[in-house]
Design a binder for this molecule. Structure first.
Ligand SMILES: Cc1cc2nc3c(=O)[nH]c(=O)nc-3n(C[C@H](O)[C@H](O)[C@H](O)COP(=O)(O)O)c2cc1C
Length: 167
């Protein structure tokens, strides 16, 4: 499962995701890309319905309900995001907050899922881009979910004047 947190259909995040999926296709690996920006995902309300009911889903009826079973089934999960204001995009953060619903009565529902992260930014210097904040957040979050990161790639788009058009 690949979750794309960029709003741009022809942006740099998508370019890297497309390169990744090309390799997956060549390897004969089954995958699905979910463009978070196109979904209706509400913020977590911290009502605790999910935990109190051991639901592994959310009381809010939105597009996350289709995603929870897919996440539980997925062998590997890729999170792709541009850096927006020194961290992951809001699209990805909304999705991350809703992962709270996968707390079961025996702890977090994942056991040793494998994650990979794809991040892009505009700053010429990765150290001031905020990418390290995003990588730190994703590390903490993935560790909390009893899971591990098997790879992280981050890159800067080279030519600002040549940025693809937003959609
Ligand atoms: C709202 C907004 C905030 C941004 N914040 C940062 C930032 O904090 N650090 C950075 O290096 N680039 C920042 N950028 C630049 C984007 O990370 C960069 O252009 C990236 O390639 C966008 O991804 P996309 O091509 O998939 O849309 C920001 C762009 C936008 C629109």
């Amino acid at each position: 499962m690949i979750f794309n947190g960029s709003p741009r259909k022809k942006g740099n995040t998508v370019t890297l995701v497309a390169e990744f999926t090309r390799a997956l296709r060549e390897a004969g690996t089954e995958f699905e890309v979910i463009n978070l920006n196109q979904l209706n995902i509400n913020p977590c309300q911290f009502c605790n319905w999910c935990v109190n009911n051991n639901a592994l889903s959310c009381v809010q009826k939105d597009d996350m309900n289709d995603i929870y079973p897919k996440l539980l089934d997925a062998e590997r999960i890729v999170l792709a995001t541009p850096i927006f204001w020194f961290n992951v995009s809001a699209q990805l953060k909304l999705f991350i907050d809703r992962l709270y619903a996968l707390h079961g009565d025996k702890g977090y529902a994942f056991t040793k899922k494998k994650f990979a992260n794809i991040l892009v930014y505009g700053d010429t210097n990765p150290d001031s881009s905020g990418v390290n904040n995003a990588i730190g957040s994703l590390n903490d979050m993935i560790k909390y979910m009893n899971s591990e990161i098997i790879g992280t790639v981050h890159a800067r788009y080279e030519t600002w004047s040549n940025l693809p058009e937003a959609v």
